[in-house]
Design a protein around this ligand. Structure first.
Ligand code: NAD
Length: 332
């Protein structure tokens, strides 16, 4: 009989891809979210619209499944998470506390929790020439306000549920995920998608606004690697937190240049240091990941950015042609 899994946040970016991946592995999958996926039909066997801040919704969501992939969260890019501390902390705490308890009550076997590189201490991320972050660096703690602090506490709650109730929790610290079917406008988009959108909209020889001075560094992971890593870690016997990211470091300015090159456009970069830019530098140390599961993300930045840019550019082009035809028909 097919294994039964729940993916929460299945209307969002990573959740949507994960549903597709699990279906490909022969799973029966229930997707749950506040909304359906925006850009493509879900592959889920069943999809329910539920608000997982509510305990009763979490009980409905977790009924009859063996595995839970917990991705639902109120989150967004750096602009969003630095200006909505109260909403994010309250919403995500409610979701995660209620999800863990419902999973326990309904006898779920494995529970994957999506944590984040934002749990790492800010004092280790003040230099663009970063030392990559190791799992043990999380404590003593000094996480990103709100979003990161909530994730760090939920990692602990996952640990306590495993120790006290035997729920097999797996804790994954994602480092910046990008790819097609991710949010690319509206304020919740992350750097690669925002940059791809700006490049796609700019005319050759025009300007592009870049948040910060462009010298801040990051590593980015392609979404196909992310879902593969989620599956491997969830089925591993490693219950302590693991990084899931790439070790390939790039400056934000370098990212802009790479997207311009893929688009075949030359643009003038205008750096805006009044905009939020997050920590100065952040990279993933994959030593423990390699030891634990013998695998790490492999898609290089350029390789993953090509389909990502093409998808965002095609979305923008079809939105533009829709507006043009609406204007033409209303004029006629
Ligand atoms: N994308 C990244 O780079 C990244 C990095 C680190 C951690 N993460 C974590 O991975 C998970 C998935 O991220 P994503 O990029 O797919 O984000 P996303 O915003 O695309 O997806 C999250 C989904 O959760 C849903 N959701 C929010 N509140 C809900 C509620 N009350 N009930 C039900 N559903 C609700 C949203 O509607 C959304 O569809 C999140 O937990 C996020 O914190 C992502």
């Amino acid at each position: 009989m097919a294994k039964r899994a729940l993916v929460t946040g299945a209307g969002g970016f990573i959740g949507h891809h994960l549903v597709h991946y699990l279906i490909g592995k022969g799973y029966w999958v229930r997707g749950v979210d506040l909304k359906y996926p925006e850009y493509q039909h879900t592959a889920a066997s069943e999809f329910e619209l539920l608000d997982l801040r509510r305990a009763d919704s979490c009980l409905i969501a977790t009924r009859g499944v063996e595995e839970v992939y917990s991705l639902a969260a109120d989150m967004g890019g750096i602009g969003y998470i630095t200006s909505n501390h109260a909403d994010i902390s309250r919403n995500d705490t409610l979701i995660n506390v209620n999800m863990l308890e419902a999973a326990r009550i309904n006898g779920v076997e494995r529970f994957m929790y999506s944590s984040s590189a934002c749990i790492y201490p800010q004092f280790l991320q003040r230099d663009p020439n970063v030392t990559a972050l190791k799992e043990d660096d999380a404590w003593p703690a000094d996480p990103e306000e709100g979003y990161g602090l909530e994730k760090l506490f939920m990692e602990k709650l996952c640990q306590y549920y495993r120790e006290d109730y035997g729920l097999q929790t797996r804790i994954i610290r994602f480092h910046n995920v990008y790819g097609p079917f991710g949010t690319y406008d509206g304020g919740k988009e992350k750097a690669p998608a925002a940059i791809a959108r700006k490049v796609a909209l700019a005319s050759h020889g025009g300007d592009i606004e870049v948040w910060g001075d462009g010298k801040q560094t990051r590593s980015f992971m392609y979404v196909a690697d992310c879902v593969e890593g989620i599956f491997r870690i969830t089925h591993s016997d490693h219950p302590q937190p693991l990084n899931l990211g790439r070790e390939e470091l790039i400056t934000i300015e370098g990212l802009v240049d790479l997207v311009c090159e893929i688009a075949g456009k030359k643009l003038n970069k205008r750096f805006d240091t009044s905009k939020p830019q997050g920590v100065r530098g952040r990279n993933s140390d994959n030593t423990r990941l390699r030891q634990a599961i013998g695998w790490e993300p492999r898609v290089a930045m350029r390789e993953g950015l090509v389909p990502t840019y093409q998808w965002i550019a095609s979305q923008l082009a079809s939105a533009k042609s829709e507006i043009t035809s609406v204007l033409a028909s209303s004029a006629g």
